[in-house]
Design a protein around this ligand. Structure first.
Ligand code: AGP
Length: 372
């Protein structure tokens, strides 16, 4: 009913709007007075965590994209090698696992069969398993050695939005926790990140208040045959997530690419008017990366693409090559997916709506996939 949807037309719109709160709630109570990060249920000792010499993240769909972002943060903060794998592929590949491997299983529902089977395989091989989950007492956290719950509240829409943002937060917290337990190499940076995370809810409010042009753009592009998404570094998983949202909601062909890969093939797809959504990193954090993607934007535009650029407020270097610019508040590079993902959620939702689809119940999909 309309009441359940809090006055919004769709649960998805309500859940997009709840993201500032969901992020704040997921951060709440996770820090001790002395600045240590707390997990909810830990059946692992600090020594177990110190012994970890490899991290595998397993998940599906949107949760997998959160894992791809996590890899950048975890490797940077902890210097532990981290691999991200689709849960559905993991156990069939005979991955190298032992007692010193930490497997992080990310799942909103906690009931996704592919992820559960990956987790069980990891446990059979004696790996330690840590779950990031939004559903208290569900199967995945019950079978894990440690749990960090995301506090996004129930997510009803099939397309994951607020759960995704809180999965990102949980991944950052786990990266910081591992860094702390193991003796922090970047102590100042860890403390700074914790502060910067606290600022994200306000930044999300700013993003959400500025979404009308994105909805307008979505209506304009709702008849496009394809939409391409490009990004670098953590912007690459954001591009993949933007494309997934558009596929699942708008039934439109969409693909995400690492911007550096364009010249190795996908640039041949660019035709006159092909929409390309470009996720640009902060010029402050990784200036070189920003410059590289600006030249990728230039390349696709020279071949006729219609470029839609998501950039940090005040970044004027993108203007000459952008047909549309969506500015988001300044955010440290590793945390940027928390803000850059939101316009892509709004975009997909508005394209689907313009195409007349039921945004909350896309065809052929279920909220929780309990078969392999
Ligand atoms: C997201 O929009 C999807 N509907 C889907 O990819 C989802 O993230 C995936 O099925 C994993 O679900 P889980 O987080 O409940 O394990």
């Amino acid at each position: 009913s309309a009441a359940e949807k809090g006055g919004y037309d769709y649960f998805m719109l309500k859940e997009i709007a709840e993201q500032p709160q969901a992020v704040a709630d997921t951060l709440l109570g996770r820090l001790t007075e002395t600045g240590e990060i707390l997990l909810d249920e830990v059946r692992l000792s600090d020594q177990d965590l110190r012994d970890v010499d490899k991290v595998f993240i397993v998940a599906c769909g949107t949760a997998y994209h959160a894992g791809l972002v996590a890899k950048y943060a975890i490797e940077h903060w902890t210097r532990i090698p981290c691999e991200v794998e689709l849960a559905s592929e993991f156990r069939y590949r005979d991955p190298v696992l032992d007692r010193s491997t930490l497997v992080v299983a990310i799942s909103q529902s906690g009931e996704t069969m592919d992820t559960l089977m990956a987790l069980r395989h990891a446990k059979e091989q004696k790996a330690r398993v840590l779950a990031i989950c939004n559903t208290n007492g569900s199967t995945i956290p019950r079978e894990s050695d440690a749990v960090l719950y995301t506090h996004s509240g129930p997510e009803i829409a099939v397309a994951s939005t607020k759960a995704f943002l809180t999965q990102l937060v949980a991944c950052y917290l786990i990266g910081l926790h591992l860094a702390q337990v193991r003796g922090v190499k970047y102590a100042d940076e860890v403390a700074a990140v914790v502060d910067q995370l606290q600022e994200v809810p306000d930044k999300l409010r700013t993003v959400l208040a500025a979404m009308e042009p994105v909805r307008q753009l979505a209506r304009d592009l709702s008849t496009a045959g394809t939409v391409l998404f490009i990004g670098r570094h953590v912007g690459y998983p954001v591009a993949l997530e933007g494309a997934l949202k558009l596929k699942e909601l708008a039934y439109m062909h969409a693909e995400g690419f690492a911007a550096g890969e364009l010249k190795h093939g996908p640039i041949a797809l660019i035709d006159k008017g092909t929409p390309v959504i470009c996720v640009v990193p902060s010029p402050a954090g990784r200036g070189m990366l920003r410059d590289k993607i600006v030249s990728n934007i230039q390349e696709v535009r020279a071949r006729g693409a219609r470029t839609i650029v998501i950039a940090e407020e005040g970044d004027e270097a993108v203007l000459p090559f952008a047909d549309h610019v969506i500015y988001v508040p300044r955010t440290p590079t590793l945390l940027a997916p928390l803000v850059t993902s939101v316009p892509l959620q709004v975009f997909a939702c508005a394209v689907a709506d313009a195409r007349g689809h039921d945004v909350d119940q896309p065809r052929n999909l279920a909220k929780s996939v309990t078969v392999e």
